[in-house]
Design a protein around this ligand. Structure first.
Ligand code: TRP
Length: 467
């Protein structure tokens, strides 16, 4: 028999690690610019619906599958189904992990690089985001800076995974996550007290439905999957280090609430600042800010103009880097767990080799902003492509498949029994929860995801044209 599988130290340890995976660049970097591109409040409402109707049931499903099988993303499917087809679905998750790592580490590297800029006091010459924009472009156009920061952030994340679940990932998350929360709160308060913040708040709260189209829904769904670390087996993997005495639905709700809160707080902090500086996405023609550069161009200017801005800017980019690190850990862990369980590699060897491979994969994404900026596939750079493809196609597809797996292959009789384990006290009070979960997994999640995906590949347009 193999050595006993490592376990989280406590349920809180699991929740913080999973929240650490969920909370990352997706909340602070991606959410604001995607919301900005897609019209603000209306997008946010659709996003929240996706989180509740699709995100929550699928989060629960992934954790249950991991906890039940005590296996990695591929092994979990194999433990329940004999079919290679389902093992391939798990394999697709592992591949998606690399795809995400390849652009994620680049942006995480920028955050780390910005910690150094903050320490150097580089932001104090900026009065307008335009200047910060010029500065940002100079940095990312430098491949040496890109490679250095990319390498550094990946190496730091690898250290935690190297030391394993309890001593590495859990211990790191327990310290880092609460810190992040406090700092973002401070930043939100600063945003709200800026002159002209009201317009930013309105942008987040007052929906303009005329901006909504099919693509908005796809982006909202993709963002929901991305921010919850869903659809590629990250939660299967984290769930596999869990014991069956832990309550899965409450853990899932806690992860989801923390993650959503952080997105909203980050959104308020950033949009109040954006509007206070006249960068309204609709009117200023400032649309060029609504891309991957947004926070790197807006935040430094806000800090430059506030008391204590020097310290705050260091802390902000440190925390952004931290949020990214805890997420990179989970992406690495999915791949590491696969090689450890299925290929019998030693954890340490797996971490080193996989880290190296992730670095190689990330280089073309990094070069998308300099040497390879002219190389386009379907009109997008390598960075744009991996960013779009992973969130908006691969993750929802993975979510669709896991829902189908739960009701068709694993079956509700068995998965319901697993759901109840450790959650008896909850369900004696809230039995409707199980029924709702089953309904969402069987009808709502797969059908909605399917429609959105068909639409995104244009099939739906084609069919409606036929009639
Ligand atoms: N959820 C993280 C974020 O918002 C990114 C992430 C980490 C992720 N692990 C994942 C996304 C697994 C999808 C799948 O930054």
């Amino acid at each position: 028999m193999a050595v006993k599988r490592e376990q989280w130290g406590s349920k809180a340890g699991f929740v913080l690690a999973a929240a650490g995976s969920a909370i990352g660049l997706g909340n602070i970097w991606k959410f604001p610019y995607v919301a900005g591109q897609n019209g603000g409040a209306a997008f946010i409402i659709i996003f929240l619906l996706c989180i509740m109707l699709i995100g929550l049931p699928v989060v629960i499903a992934e954790i249950l599958l991991g906890r039940k099988t005590q296996r990695n993303a591929v092994g979990a499917y194999k433990a329940i189904s004999k079919s290679n087809w389902w093992a391939a679905v798990g394999g697709m998750g592992v591949l998606t992990g690399f795809l995400i790592l390849s652009f994620y580490c680049v942006v995480a590297g920028w955050s780390l690089g910005y910690v150094i800029e903050a320490v150097k006091g580089s932001f104090f010459n900026f009065e307008q985001p335009v200047q910060a924009g010029v500065y940002f472009n100079q940095l990312i156009e430098n491949p040496v800076w890109g490679l250095g920061t990319l390498f550094a952030i990946l190496a730091i994340s690898m250290v935690f995974v190297f030391f394993g679940i309890k001593k590495g990932i859990e211990r790191g998350s327990k310290v880092l996550m609460p810190l992040l929360f406090v700092l973002l709160l401070a930043l939100m308060i600063r945003g709200l007290t800026l002159d002209g913040a009201g317009a930013g708040v309105k942008f987040i709260l007052k929906p303009d439905w005329s901006k909504v189209n099919a693509n908005t829904v796809l982006e909202a769904l993709g963002q929901a999957f991305f921010t919850l670390s869903l659809g590629m087996g990250a939660l299967i993997t984290y769930g596999s280090y869990m014991e069956s005495k832990d309550n899965v639905p409450t853990a899932a709700l806690q992860i989801l609430t923390l993650d959503t809160l952080i997105s909203i707080i980050a959104g308020i902090a950033i949009f109040t600042s954006v509007f206070a500086f006249g960068l309204n996405p609709e009117e200023s023609g400032g649309l060029k800010f609504y891309d991957e550069g947004l926070i790197f161009q807006v935040i430094p200017v806000v800090f430059a103009s506030m008391p204590g801005g020097y310290i705050f800017s260091i802390i902000f980019f440190t925390l952004l880097s931290i949020a990214a690190i805890t997420s990179i850990m989970s992406l690495l862990e999915v791949v590491v767990a696969y090689f450890v369980d299925e290929r019998k590699w030693k954890r340490r060897k797996a971490v080193l080799l996989i880290g190296l491979f992730a670095l190689m994969m990330s280089v073309p994404s990094m070069l998308s902003f300099n040497l390879l900026s002219d190389m386009k596939l379907f009109g997008q750079t390598f960075f744009g492509m991996t960013n779009y493809l992973s969130s908006n196609v691969m993750l929802p597809l993975g979510g669709f498949l896991i829902s189908v797996f739960i009701f068709k292959v694993w079956g509700f009789d068995k998965s319901e029994a697993e759901l109840k384990l450790g959650a008896e006290s909850t369900f004696s009070k809230y039995y409707w929860f199980i029924r709702t979960w089953k309904f969402l997994i069987k009808y709502v999640a797969p059908v909605l995801i399917f429609i959105v995906l068909l639409n995104s590949i244009g099939v739906l347009k084609f069919i409606t044209k036929l009639f």
